[in-house]
Design a protein around this ligand. Structure first.
Ligand code: FES
Ligand code: FES
Length: 163
């Protein structure tokens, strides 16, 4: 029987507390204990990005973190980012350009893309590609994904200069 720990952190803007096995992975905690289906499990060793989370403002692999490492952190999944509307424009571009097929990679891809959009210096297409290179997609060929991120970046920049 695994040892357990009392764990408290912020999840999608709300304080949460649970007793969890010390060896539980963060992605499994979010999926199985909190019922969030956005973080996906694919490679389970930090390669594919399907489990990408935002933890204390940084990208993190949910499959490489143990649940106890979330103690005191601020964790966001695609569910929370969707609810706040922070990436609604990006999600609309993904939808409009059919930048998803099976959708397994999409939540992680969107969270990584959100970081691109928040970068202090605008990224060109090549930089967007490189930044997304840690998120694998087996379906789309990436073109539509990069198009969606680039279009969102350009629309935000145009909005800022018009304001
Ligand atoms: S499942 Fe975590 S990086 Fe692939
Ligand atoms: S849409 Fe299927 S893996 Fe990306």
């Amino acid at each position: 029987m695994d040892e357990e720990i009392e764990l408290a952190f912020t999840l999608n803007g709300k304080a949460v507390r649970r007793r969890v096995p010390v060896r539980l992975h963060a992605v499994d905690l979010l999926r199985e204990v909190f019922g969030l289906s956005g973080p996906r499990v694919a490679c389970e060793h930090g390669i594919c990005g399907a489990c990408t989370l935002r933890v204390d403002g940084q990208l993190a692999r949910g499959c490489l973190l143990l649940a106890p490492q979330l103690e005191g952190t601020d964790v966001w999944t695609i569910e929370g980012l969707t609810a706040t509307g922070e990436i609604a424009d990006l999600q609309n571009e993904f939808h409009a350009r059919n930048a998803m097929q099976c959708g397994w990679c999409t939540a992680g891809m969107l969270i990584t893309a959100a970081e691109i959009l928040d970068a202090p210096a605008p990224m060109d297409r090549q930089a967007i590609r490189e930044h997304l290179s840690g998120n694998y997609c087996r379906c789309t060929g990436y073109q539509a994904i990069v198009d969606a991120v680039e279009a969102t970046r350009q629309a935000r920049a145009a909005g800022r200069s018009a304001a």
